[in-house]
Design a binder for this molecule. Structure first.
Ligand SMILES: [Ca+2]
Ligand SMILES: [Ca+2]
Length: 326
């Protein structure tokens, strides 16, 4: 199946078409509107303060619904379900974490060093699994022909529950805008991926474990076999989640981040809310991809600190989305 021109699931109307009842198509506009609502609430209250319940309701608006108990630290639900595609998003608290290669990691690249303390000053939601084929097809039915030109599809999974694979960075951004969220920053991705375990090579430990991820197949006398049970993409949630409840964060498909790539960014970038370099440091606008995939070397590319980059038009990767809380 291919999502390039001629895909049967083209949308039916113009660039602003989508389900009724949705007003804000871009995260920036959405957040601006949220701020206006908040200020209006403050004015109405006469005290300059709105209740946490009102704040949460305003923030979630109609793009997501609460699906779990409230986290006492943030006041926000631990899980929400996104209206656009049904994705469950998991709350990741604000805080400081160690980002980059752990000490003694002999396979770490120069761009993963030095390991450094990074502060994420705001909590955020991130998708519990990679965006799936069925979610992607829903997107395809609701966007217009102009948007569809940014779509790409080079290789798809074996079921509608497989991660969409073969999406350019631009197409992933289009999807995130449609869902009224964003792509995660690289720091948000790694904090979520580590699940609070900041001194490990993998989210599950210091050794590769075929029971914990979908990695590459092997050859035995020219016969392919795969100890993890999946020769190519696995349906999402086929393996155990990390401690934050995220599935397939390492393995299955590589995942786009919002950041531009810069090799020495860990040495030169800010330690608070890093979002990647503002200008492309190389002639081409490379973007960060993380986590490795079903064809990746376990020792090198399935490590949680592994960084890789690709041209924005590259069509090899999948993604998950995120949104930063106010
Ligand atoms: Ca595999
Ligand atoms: Ca993945």
């Amino acid at each position: 199946m291919n999502t390039t021109a001629g895909h049967p699931l083209r949308s039916r109307s113009g660039p602003t078409a989508r389900r009724s009842g949705r007003t804000f198509r871009h995260p920036t506009l959405f957040r601006l509107a949220w701020a206006v609502l908040w200020c209006a609430g403050c004015a109405r209250s006469g005290t300059g303060v709105v209740s946490s319940e009102e704040l949460i309701k305003s923030f979630l608006s109609d793009w997501a619904k609460a699906a779990d108990a409230v986290d006492p630290g943030t006041g926000f639900p631990r899980r929400v379900v996104r209206a656009a595609d049904g994705m469950t998003m998991i709350l990741i608290p604000a805080g400081t974490f160690k980002m980059g290669a752990v000490a003694g990691d002999s396979h770490a690249g120069h761009d993963e060093k030095p390991q450094r303390l990074v502060m994420l000053s705001k909590a955020y939601y991130i998708d519990e699994h990679e965006v799936t084929e069925s979610m992607w097809h829903r997107f395809c039915t609701e966007v217009d022909e102009a948007h569809s030109t940014t779509m790409a599809g080079s290789r798809h999974g074996t079921s509608y529950h497989s991660p969409i694979n073969g999406v350019s960075w631009h197409a992933a951004m289009e999807y995130a805008a449609w869902a009224q969220v964003s792509l995660p920053t690289e720091a948000q991705w790694e904090r979520a991926a580590r699940g609070g375990k900041e001194d490990l090579l993998y989210p599950w430990g210091n050794e590769d474990d075929v029971g914990m991820r979908n990695g590459p197949y092997q050859f035995d006398n020219q016969t392919r076999f795969d100890l993890d049970g999946f020769m190519y993409d696995a349906p999402v949630k086929s393996f155990p989640p990390n401690t934050f409840g995220l599935f397939d964060i390492c393995g299955n498909v590589w995942e786009w981040c919002s950041d531009l790539y810069q090799e020495d960014y860990y040495r030169t970038g800010p330690s608070v809310d890093p979002t990647g370099p503002l200008e492309p440091p190389m002639p081409k606008p490379f973007r960060v991809v993380r986590g490795g995939g079903a064809g990746s070397s376990p020792r090198r590319e399935l490590r949680v600190s592994q960084r890789r980059y690709a041209h924005e038009q590259s069509r090899m990767f999948g993604f998950r989305c995120a949104i930063t809380l106010p």
